[in-house]
Ligand binder design. Structure first.
Ligand SMILES: *Cc1c(COP(=O)(O)O)cnc(C)c1O
Length: 373
């Protein structure tokens, strides 16, 4: 991944510095309304990361000790970590082989009497089938939170991700499509969730620093509950405002390059390529390819061979339940384990040229021949 940053972002940051207001302030406010407008949501609350947004989502739902939250193991580890932050227990669900997402079928035995919430991840940008997941969770009063860290610009039934659940979280880490360096967004239709999360991100205070600054008379704030410092800075928001204006161009270019990858790699035996699911479209945040190899050692050899040819790759999505922080011999998730061991992410970034893409394709073809012989 290479972020698409340019003169407009530089100028926007310079303007913030010249203004003298660099912490959370007017640009964060503007970024929030631009973001909410863009995804068609009522409220967007900017925070320091998607991890912070997910943590706040579980706090808003008052999930705590004694509760279980079902998450896919096949995700970045933050999805499980936030469950532990609130003292609840993450329970790992299997994923669908094609979309790498949870489905009603894969939730299976993960749901129990103690399940208070499910976190659905739109893995690598591929939208999970939220209509089907709501049909399972809503009748049981199980809250459904969307970890849309990777999925800005992806759609379900023609509608941008952000409004299919009451709480949806986004990331602006440079590995995602839209970046602010670090940053996240909590999107919600509920006014009470929006106002409480605005207080929670700012130490639980009743009046923000910006509101106090705007007042003609001295205002003394109160602290209603234990909050956090999860603020985004105006420096970051200024970058985000420029980036969100380019969302359509970013997604269109990624989809164009992904289509070209599918054309160029489609005939290689045993290689599995990402595609749109039936219910929506992906932003191809990661172009994650399944390799015809029998395990992680062979996959690592492919990555080393690609690196020898000057092409950088990354392993595909991790399996959280195999990490020391979560290892439990009682948990077996064969599809998750196979995907985690046999996938790689190929280079894909906005300014990638066709010649660069051809080099990646040639390197992968040569590597697979070399590794098989
Ligand atoms: C990147 C990512 C996160 C964490 O986002 P941060 O903004 O870095 O906290 C969480 N979940 C998923 C699925 C991710 O890909």
């Amino acid at each position: 991944m290479r972020p698409w940053l340019g003169d407009a972002e530089q100028a926007a940051v310079a303007e913030v510095i010249a203004s003298g207001w660099v912490a959370q302030g007017p640009r964060v406010e503007s970024f929030e309304s631009a973001f909410a407008d863009r995804v068609g949501a009522n409220h967007a609350v900017a925070v320091s990361s998607c991890t912070a947004a997910l943590h706040l989502a579980l706090v808003l739902l008052e999930i705590g000790p004694g509760d279980e939250v079902v998450v896919p193991s096949l995700s970045f580890i933050a999805t499980a970590n936030v469950v532990r932050y609130v003292g609840a227990v993450p329970v790992f669900a299997e994923v669908d082989e094609n979309t790498q997402n949870i489905t009603p079928a894969t939730l299976g035995d993960a749901l129990s009497e103690r399940t208070r919430a499910v976190i659905a991840v739109h893995q690598a940008g591929c939208p999970a089938d939220m209509h089907a997941l709501h049909a399972v969770c809503d009748p049981k009063s199980i809250q459904l939170v969307e970890d849309a860290a990777c999925a800005i610009g992806s759609t379900i039934d023609g509608q941008l991700i952000g409004t299919h659940s009451e709480l949806v979280t986004f990331s602006f880490h440079p590995r995602k499509v839209v970046t602010t360096g670090e940053g996240g967004m909590l999107v919600t239709a509920r006014e009470d969730f929006a106002s409480r999360s605005r207080a929670l991100r700012e130490h639980g205070m009743t009046v923000s620093a910006l509101e106090r600054h705007r007042s003609d008379v001295p205002v003394v704030e109160q602290y209603l509950e234990t909050g956090f410092n999860y603020r985004m800075t105006d420096l970051q928001a200024a970058v985000g405002l420029v980036q969100i204006g380019r969302l359509d161009a970013m997604v269109a270019r990624r989809r164009e390059l992904a289509t070209r990858y599918v054309e160029l790699l489609g005939d290689i035996d045993g290689v599995r390529l990402p595609r749109d699911p039936e219910h929506g479209t992906t932003n191809f945040q990661s172009f994650c390819v399944g390799l015809p190899v029998d395990g992680a050692t062979a996959r690592d050899r492919v990555m080393a061979c690609m690196a020898d040819r000057g092409v950088s790759t990354r392993r595909g999505i991790m399996a959280t339940h195999l990490e020391p922080a979560y290892r439990d011999p009682a948990v077996a998730l064969p599809i998750t384990e196979r995907i985690a061991a046999t996938t790689v992410v190929l280079p894909l970034f906005h300014e990638m040229t066709e010649a660069e893409q051809d080099r990646v394709v040639d390197a992968l073809r040569e590597t697979l021949v070399a590794v098989r012989s």
